[in-house]
Design a binder for this molecule. Sequence first.
Ligand SMILES: O=C(O)c1ccccc1NCC(=O)[C@H](O)[C@H](O)COP(=O)(O)O
Length: 220
Amino acid sequence: MNPARTRTKICGITRVEDALAAASAGADAIGLVFYGASPRAVTIEQATAIAEAVPAFVTLTGLFVNPRRMDVEKVLARVPLDLLQFHGDEPQDFCQQFHRRWIKAVRVRRDDDIENAFHDWSRASGLLVDAYDPERYGGTGQIFDWSVIPQHRPLPLILAGGLDSANVAAACRQVRPWGVDVSGGVEASDGTPEGTRKGIKDAAKITEFLSEVNRANQTD
Ligand SMILES: O=C(O)c1ccccc1NCC(=O)[C@H](O)[C@H](O)COP(=O)(O)O
């Protein structure tokens, strides 16, 4: 399916004000990280507050990494997530059991990883392709080689990994993804040249990122 416009998801949100900034700027989805080892992890209380604040038509996504079934169920009992995102090594049957739509992240290492993932997670509502890092599951700020992304896509493809306002327009034009997903690229600076305050977003960076996606959509 070819998108009329590229959808956008701002991931790793931990504060109500950042969720509202993303929604006001036009993001289609926001992501909450339920993975304790992440510096962007939210508590159930934070997630509940964000869920209450997010307006209709913004997809509230819950991200998990190799959770137990009970971990996901515990979150779903308290937080009205619209979509699950599995960012670890979860098999399809595991992802499928929650009666909720879900997307699968694949960390791209080999040329045929994406093709294999389309086959292995064929019941997903989308495939998120991210950079591979041997030590971290995601949110790495790293780009991968977009030329390995196949043209034939049995599922909507969501591009992630090291995106920011400087490269997202080029990414949209080259890859033509269904959607793009960003985390570190819209975070507040920690005062060092490359560093960011993990989980704290910069509203101006979110606006600039979304403007660049819109620009790419309009100049096709
Ligand atoms: O954000 C995290 O800390 C994280 C930890 C473990 C698994 C996934 C994680 N984030 C995934 C995302 O949703 C990011 O948007 C995606 O990996 C891209 O991140 P970035 O390169 O920082 O834009």
